[in-house]
Write a protein that binds this ligand. Structure first.
Ligand code: ZN
Length: 81
């Protein structure tokens, strides 16, 4: 009787590909690459600061970069604790 060389993964494991992410040097959050503006000299070809932080630098009106990031990326509230 043949045996299957197969170990079932826990449900939900290895289902989603790991997204390309990068740490923002400003707010320290780990965000997907699309959250960073393209920059040829930047690490992974992106700027070192995420778009909310870059916007925050430009517009002094924005109060809290993290709160602003949550506005743009509401799902962050589920991934950060
Ligand atoms: Zn940031």
């Amino acid at each position: 009787m043949p045996t299957l060389d197969f170990t079932p993964l826990p449900f939900g494991a290895a289902q989603l590909p790991e997204p390309a992410v990068k740490d923002c040097t400003k707010c320290g959050q780990t965000l997907p690459l699309e959250s960073f503006s393209p920059a040829k000299k930047g690490h992974l070809g992106r700027t070192s600061q995420c778009k909310p932080c870059a916007d925050h630098n430009l517009s002094k009106g924005a109060k809290d970069p993290y709160a602003y990031a949550l506005e743009l990326y509401p799902w962050l509230a589920d991934t950060t604790r």
